[in-house]
Design a protein around this ligand. Structure first.
Ligand code: FAD
Ligand code: MLT
Ligand code: ZN
Length: 474
């Protein structure tokens, strides 16, 4: 019997029979990621119902030397929430810890358990006339714990920042079972090191986030959304400046998509249509929002687009009239990730470069990839207002899936070397997980890696919290 199997009775006693999953059929969905790109094995999934139960589980695992893999909505794109193949790790799902504890309207905060689904938190905020602004295509499943652990970004970072900017306090269970009660809702707190930021973006390698205090904002009462056809990424970068100069921080979203990305959505998603009669090389989805009900945002967009046409930055444009049209435009953007999965392996590269370098990055990297794989389909899109491109790759039409997949590492090098040459980052918002772990040794500053290893050794000396994720061996 393995150490993990011997531990199961004690885990069952800690979380109750309903909190321990060992049945092979029920385990399955916890052991593979959303894309089916990462698969693992586990003797059990433990589903604690409270912070005390999480603490007891971690104490038991520490004493038995069993590794723990925290899991939220399992929508992560880097394999961080999937156990390894040994079958000896335990998955700790936060799926039963979904409560909204408190909404403090005057303090503009909401306190929630880590397993709360992002959309539930958005809805709770909206019911109180507030906004929780983090917005992702996966918001119907992604959890607050997972979005914190990956420092998720999404489509409103331009205005509100990433999850790191949206958190005021955390409760975390450390790998030895001690609970750090850092659930403070203070906007000013300079009492030494700001420890919560260690756990944000740590992808479950330093402890289990069990609850968080998050910032709220006034509800948005008006919105204007435009879909703009562009000659290329250089026009997109100029258009951001045109709109920002007029709208200031009412510019909430600036998403950019290549024609290839939109074609995949048109081919595979239900009920979508091209807003224009003819195809164009690139598109931008521009969104302004305001807390005033009648803020004249459509006029601001019209002025910006007028200037864009005069300067040949825009080839065509439509401003959405009504919420159905807004949703239809966003469906073209949000559908890309899923649509690309229908075209065979999707080799994902979530990179950032300075916004000003986006056009040169695209031009140089496209060229290098076309030379490496004639006919390769670059699916470039993303949060260009943040300098963040999802520079994803699909195989040439009619070619073999496995042959393309076999070249994933070589093609990733092409993309990341190009990213590095623009002083960019190989992970903008999805994290490292296992997908990029071994690349960190080549692309991360050695001193930064050394400091990260020191933090890991301090908090998790036995190396039992999500081992094999984020940090390369060494
Ligand atoms: P999981 O996938 O369960 O876990 C992710 C990581 O966090 C793992 O390492 C896990 O161990 C750790 N973890 C989970 N919960 C905890 C916890 N309570 N304590 C400690 N560690 C924990 N991401 C973006 O940033 N921007 C996007 O625009 C975006 N769009 C997406 C669109 C689609 C269609 C999909 C499928 C994914 C998208 N993602 C995006 C990626 C993903 O949704 C985010 O990474 C999200 O933050 C993951 O949340 P989750 O609850 O599913 O976490
Ligand atoms: C998105 O913004 O759609 C996702 O972060 C990108 C992806 O799924 O690759
Ligand atoms: Zn994204």
């Amino acid at each position: 019997m393995t150490a993990t199997e011997s531990l199961l009775p004690a885990l069952r006693a800690a979380v109750g029979p309903a909190g321990l999953v060992t049945d092979a059929d029920q385990l399955r969905s916890y052991l593979v990621d959303w894309r089916g790109a990462y698969r693992g094995a586990a003797a059990a999934v433990v589903r604690p119902g409270s912070t005390e139960e999480v603490a007891e589980v971690l104490r038991l695992c520490r004493d038995a030397g069993v590794a723990v893999v925290p899991q939220g909505g399992n929508t992560g794109l880097c394999g961080g929430a999937v156990p390894d193949a040994s079958g000896r790790q335990v998955v700790l799902s936060l799926g039963r810890m979904r409560r909204v504890h408190e909404l403090d309207a005057a303090n503009q905060t909401i306190t929630v358990e880590a397993g709360a689904v992002l959309q539930t938190v958005q809805e709770a905020a909206a019911a109180a006339g507030r906004l929780f602004p983090l917005s992702l295509g996966s918001e119907g499943s992604a959890t607050i714990g997972g979005t914190l652990a990956t420092n998720a970004g999404g489509t409103a970072v331009l205005r509100y920042g990433t999850m790191r900017d949206l958190v005021l306090g955390l409760e975390v269970v450390l790998p030895d079972g001690r609970v750090w009660h850092g659930l403070r809702g203070l906007r000013k707190d300079n009492t030494g090191y700001d420890l919560k930021h260690l756990f944000v973006g740590a992808e479950g390698t330093l402890g289990v986030i069990t609850a968080a205090v998050l910032k709220l904002f006034p509800a948005v009462r008006s919105r204007a959304t435009a879909w703009v056809a562009l000659p290329g990424p250089a026009a997109a970068v100029e258009l951001i400046e045109v709109v920002r100069a007029l709208a200031g921080d009412r510019l909430t979203g600036f998403e950019v998509m290549s024609r290839q990305s939109v074609e995949f959505v048109l081919a595979h998603a239900a009920g979508v249509r091209d807003p224009f009669a003819q195809p164009h090389p690139w598109y931008a989805l521009v969104e302004l929002s305001d807390t005033l009900p009648d803020a004249g945002l459509a006029e601001v967009l019209e002025t910006g687009l007028g200037e864009a046409f005069e300067r040949d930055l825009a080839l065509d444009a439509v401003i959405a009239s009504g919420s159905a049209q807004v949703a239809a435009l966003w469906a073209l953007r949000e559908g890309i990730s899923e649509a690309q999965n229908s075209e065979g392996p999707s080799l994902k590269h979530d990179v950032t470069v300075p916004v000003s370098s986006i056009p040169d990055f695209v031009e140089r990297t496209d060229r290098a990839l076309a030379a490496a794989v004639p006919g390769i389909r670059v699916v470039a899109y993303g949060h260009v207002g943040d300098g963040n491109l999802h520079y994803n790759l699909s195989k040439p039409v009619g070619s073999d899936d496995d042959a393309f997949r076999a070249r994933a590492d070589e093609l990733a090098r092409v993309v990341y070397d190009s990213t590095a040459s623009f002083a960019g980052s190989i992970s903008a918002e999805h994290g490292i997980g296992v997908a990029k772990r071994d690349l960190l040794a080549d692309y991360e500053d050695p001193l930064e890696l050394e400091l990260m290893r020191g933090v890991k050794a301090l908090l998790d000396p036995a190396g039992l919290m999500n081992p094999g994720k984020v940090l390369p061996a060494g």
